[in-house]
Design a protein around this ligand. Structure first.
Ligand SMILES: C[S@@+](CC[C@H](N)C(=O)[O-])C[C@H]1O[C@@H](n2cnc3c(N)ncnc32)[C@H](O)[C@@H]1O
Length: 293
């Protein structure tokens, strides 16, 4: 990140929030989102970055694809694999739109939780699954550990500030999932929230729809990495199943829908120019290697 130190909009006058380097306050996540609205929870989540990917999301951002999928799946009740769902707000939207027309709904993401600790000055530090500090948040500033592309002084300053996590205490687990979705998964056995890496084969029920929204993006992955992820996901998909790719540009929702048919992926529908990675979807799907362990 070229500018690994951002303003925390909580510590500045409201007009500062229009600046591109002013980000939402992630500190309310330390209380597991208690008392936050769905939008406020997604705002806080969207500031989090793990590796190169941000957890940016918000409810209501995929209305066009949700309606398309509802009409496409009407009456078929497939298992659905939602890959890279962040806090699950967009999963909640699709679940509501489908109004029960699914057999299973797997809400998945590589980063479902973080550890949060505080130092004596009340500064919050967030650690990833491997115990690496990814973010430091004070009332006025947000500092990221991802410093690729930053000039040397900023890189050194960001790393020095991040290293303050060694003095933090009161560590607690923070769940990065909308509380309402957690409640739904508890009460509806069809809905599961699971950690899943899109580069690995899916081990759950074979999905009739795989959705990947705002993850296959050249800002995050090389074309070779995106092609690899797509090969894995096309292999995961059931015969006659659908792959839905969604991306967003300037708040415009774009999507592409492919159908798997006799070992080939066929483009079925394109909306607003299609998703960014649509051209990387393999036309033929490799058969699984039967000799592989
Ligand atoms: C920009 S968010 C998109 C959230 C949601 N799909 C949406 O459209 O609002 C990207 C998400 O992908 C997750 N992610 C990153 N790498 C991943 C991987 N290899 N496998 C699965 N999820 C991943 C991140 O943790 C993040 O939550």
């Amino acid at each position: 990140m070229r500018l690994p130190i951002k303003l925390n909009e909580a510590g500045w006058p409201a007009r500062f929030s229009r600046l591109s380097f002013a980000f939402h306050d992630p500190r309310p996540l330390a209380g597991n989102g208690a008392g936050l609205s769905q939008q406020a929870f997604s705002d806080a989540i969207s500031t989090m970055q793990f590796g190169v990917t941000f957890k940016t999301t918000r409810p209501g951002r995929q209305q066009h694809s949700n309606r398309f999928v509802r009409d496409l799946l009407r009456g078929s009740k497939p298992a659905i694999l939602d890959v890279g769902a962040s806090d699950g707000s967009t999963s909640l939207d699709l679940i509501r739109t489908l109004d029960g027309d699914f057999r299973r709904y797997y809400v998945t993401d590589l980063n479902l939780s973080a550890r949060c600790g505080l130092d004596r000055g009340g500064i919050h530090y967030f650690l990833d699954n491997d115990g690496n500090c990814v973010l430091r948040a004070s009332k006025r500033f947000i500092v990221y550990s991802e410093v690729n592309g930053a000039i040397l002084p900023l890189r050194v300053l960001a790393q020095a500030l991040i290293s303050g996590h060694r003095r933090a205490s009161q560590w607690r687990e923070v769940v990065l999932i909308q509380p309402e979705l957690i409640g739904l998964a508890r009460s509806d056995p069809r809905v599961s929230i699971m950690r899943y890496d899109m580069f690995t084969p899916w081990k759950g029920e074979i999905p009739g729809l795989i959705k990947i929204a705002n993850l296959l993006n050249g800002k995050y992955f090389s074309p070779a990495q995106m092609s690899q992820a797509l090969r894995v996901q096309c292999s995961n998909l059931a015969e006659n199943g659908f792959l839905l790719l969604v991306s967003e540009d300037d708040e415009v929702e774009k999507f592409s829908v492919f159908r798997k048919s006799r070992g080939a992926m066929q483009l079925e529908h394109t909306h607003a120019g299609g998703a960014k990675a649509a051209h990387l979807v393999p036309s033929q799907i490799d058969l699984p290697d039967v000799n592989a362990a």
